[in-house]
Design a protein around this ligand. Structure first.
Ligand SMILES: [Ca+2]
Length: 236
């Protein structure tokens, strides 16, 4: 019974996320268009052998460029999520200042130019008729991995000592600025941490999801519970 419930929960989570997927990837990449992609389910064997480079509050994480097989690879946002999800992980969420500081340190100490996080703007089916998400560029952002809302983008988040969003970018305006839309009508729907790309230190930027970047994966409780429940005796 418990297993059935867990499977149902994962199926619901995947189906909830699908509109985000179809919206987020209807874009052209250097390798062409990639229509109709979906979220990947975890692979039990990969989950058991997932890279555990560092951890925060019991959740393992790794930087993709530190895994030999992934060293020189970059991923668009959805491929990044799916890489992580096969390991029972997802793109990292930066829910607190303490965790954000840890990830900023990893980026700084390893001279990483940029990474994807699980941050995304809620502008797909299921996000309409939600006054609490308006205006979207201020109140419409969330962490896809946990579906937790991101605080208002235009001020220092409650519990933080600084605003992690960059105060500059392509248009020399505070982020998120949806700047690429003015160039080629591609929305900046995904949240990347950029390392001093605009001479602005390490900071959050909204970026079009088709760009390819290394990723930081983080243990995902929901996927780990699902694989544990469906693979008795597995060591995760
Ligand atoms: Ca931007």
């Amino acid at each position: 019974m418990k297993v059935t419930l867990v499977i149902a929960a994962v199926c619901v989570a995947v189906s909830l996320a699908e509109p985000a997927v179809s919206q987020g990837v209807r874009t052209t990449t250097t390798t062409g268009t990639k229509p109709g992609r979906f979220l990947s389910l975890p692979n039990a064997d990969k989950c058991a052998k997932r890279p555990k480079e560092f951890s925060y509050r019991g959740r393992n994480m790794f930087l993709s460029s530190h895994v030999p097989a992934l060293k020189d690879k970059k991923f668009d946002w959805l491929d990044g999520r799916n890489l992580c999800r096969e390991y029972c992980m997802d793109l990292v969420g930066l829910e607190t200042q303490e965790k954000n500081n840890l990830i900023f340190r990893v980026i700084q100490q390893n001279d990483v130019p940029y990474i994807w996080t699980s941050g995304r703007i809620c502008d797909f089916n299921g996000c309409e008729n939600r006054p609490d998400l308006e205006p979207k560029n201020i109140f419409g952002w969330f962490w896809s991995a946990t579906r937790e809302k991101i605080q208002a983008t235009n001020r220092i988040p409650i519990g933080w000592g600084y605003n992690p969003w960059s105060q500059t970018g392509h248009k020399k305006r505070p982020q998120p600025d949806n700047a690429e839309y003015d160039i080629n009508q591609t929305k900046e729907q995904c949240l990347s941490v950029l390392n001093n790309v605009y001479n602005d230190g390490i900071a959050w930027h909204d970026v079009a999801c088709y760009h390819e970047k290394p990723v930081i994966c983080e243990d995902n409780d929901e996927l780990l519970r699902y694989v544990a429940a469906t693979n008795p005796g597995i060591r995760l």
